[in-house]
Ligand binder design. Structure first.
Ligand SMILES: CC(C)(COP(=O)(O)OP(=O)(O)OC[C@H]1O[C@@H](n2cnc3c(N)ncnc32)[C@H](O)[C@@H]1OP(=O)(O)O)[C@@H](O)C(=O)NCCC(=O)NCCS
Length: 367
């Protein structure tokens, strides 16, 4: 059997040969520990390890839905020097040959051992992971969300516009519902059938949008697995940090057929809108979205989260936010470039982005 790909690095008292591969059972625990050194806050290392074990059981990630990759010391295979994970994504891809469902990946938790940084470990690992995605992994695209845009850009990922709308409040008084369309808060059991409808909507709108024959459009499908994954993850933090889980996962205006899902992000102290799903392009949906976003503000206050964040807001979302600030003057709206979580996409074989459109660049597809 050929030896795994390797890279030699300087180390004291002697150089190390690091081998690349998918983490074995023992190495996976070491990957969790290395991940904790960079990503655990506000959890303890022990809680972070439990988080990874919990996420391992969620429908999106169990049974190989996520894979841990690592570079490990050839002489001591339990010594993990760098790691990252690839997490399954269902994609819809439209190009000149038609519209197809494809597989993709999110790359997450990229980290190398602090004592060996700057020697090319992470770059080598990402190169090998990209080769796997292009080959046996059969990935049409991979996504990274990170503050290190120039780092990933020079390694084959294309940076996409990464705006967010923040809704905060000037007062300590709880936000109150105003004269906007009635809504109903969503519980976990409401989410799967809505995701099913939402996925059909996205496929249909991708098929029907104006399209130049030299363009490729890619979107991550908002399946129940991916939307529920963030809910599960949020609830892990809620129960570890607050001793209880969240009840409401979003809100719906049933008459308009418009709904949102949200994620309680206890790391950034925000309620992040995962997705705004609406049937078409009707201006009347702006009232519905305003009402739903106000529900999000109320949910954020209930959990002491300081802001509601909406990724890649379109004109409807911006108009809805403006409507909220007109109705409730204490609400403050701000549109900013995201400093972390910048969206980056790498297309199969590292193609450049000029002819690619990343549709529905919303938070549901994040890790
Ligand atoms: C980012 C990280 C994975 C790089 O690992 P590494 O093994 O040192 O990577 P390489 O040796 O292949 O590359 C080093 C490069 O990373 C860049 N880099 C590292 N940290 C950086 C930072 N905070 N901001 C910008 N660039 C950074 C270095 O400048 C260097 O760039 P160059 O190759 O253009 O000179 C490592 O610094 C790390 O684990 N950081 C903490 C976790 C993290 O931030 N992960 C990325 C977010 S997903």
């Amino acid at each position: 059997m050929p030896l795994p790909p390797s890279i030699d690095i300087q180390s004291s008292p002697q150089p190390i040969t690091a081998l690349f591969g998918e983490a074995t059972g023992d190495q996976k625990l070491e990957c969790y520990k290395l991940g904790a050194t960079a990503f655990r806050t506000p959890l303890t290392t022990e809680q972070y390890i439990r988080r990874e074990m919990f996420i391992d059981t969620l429908p999106l990630t169990r049974n190989g839905g996520w894979r841990f990759w690592c570079l490990y010391n050839k002489e001591q295979p339990k010594q993990v020097l760098a790691t990252c994970k690839t997490i399954h994504r269902d994609l819809i891809v439209r190009d000149a040959s038609g519209t197809k469902r494809r597989r993709g990946y999110c790359i997450a938790s990229v980290v190398s051992d602090e004592t060996h940084r700057g020697q090319g470990l992470a770059s080598f690992m990402l190169k090998k992971v990209a080769e796997w995605m292009d080959g046996p992994g059969e990935g049409s695209a991979s996504f990274v969300y990170s503050r290190l845009s120039s780092y990933y850009e020079s390694r084959g990922w294309n940076v996409h516009p990464s705006w967010e709308l923040l809704i905060t409040t000037k007062t300590k008084e709880p936000t109150e519902k105003t004269n906007l369309p009635p809504t109903r808060l969503l519980k976990a059991s409401d989410v799967p059938p809505l995701c099913h409808r939402d996925t059909e909507r996205l496929v249909e709108s991708t098929e029907n949008r104006d399209f130049a024959s030299d363009m490729t459009t890619i979107a991550v499908l908002p399946t129940a697995e991916i939307v529920g994954w963030l809910h599960g993850r949020g609830d892990f933090y809620a129960s570890e940090l607050h001793g209880r889980v969240t009840e409401f996962k979003g809100s719906i205006d049933e008459v308009a057929g418009v709904w949102i899902y949200w994620h309680h992000d206890f790391r950034r102290n925000q309620l992040v809108i995962q997705r705004i799903s609406r049937p078409g392009n009707d201006e009347k949906d702006i009232e519905a979205i305003a009402s739903l976003l106000l529900d999000a503000r109320i949910e954020a206050s209930a959990w002491n989260l300081s802001a509601v964040s909406i990724w890649s807001p379109d004109s409807h979302a911006e108009a809805a936010a403006a409507r909220i600030s007109a109705l409730v003057p204490s609400e403050v709206i701000e549109k900013v470039q995201r400093k972390s979580g910048i969206s980056m996409v790498r297309y199969t074989g590292g193609q450049r982005s000029e002819s690619m459109v990343f549709e529905a660049n919303e938070f549901y597809a994040w890790n």
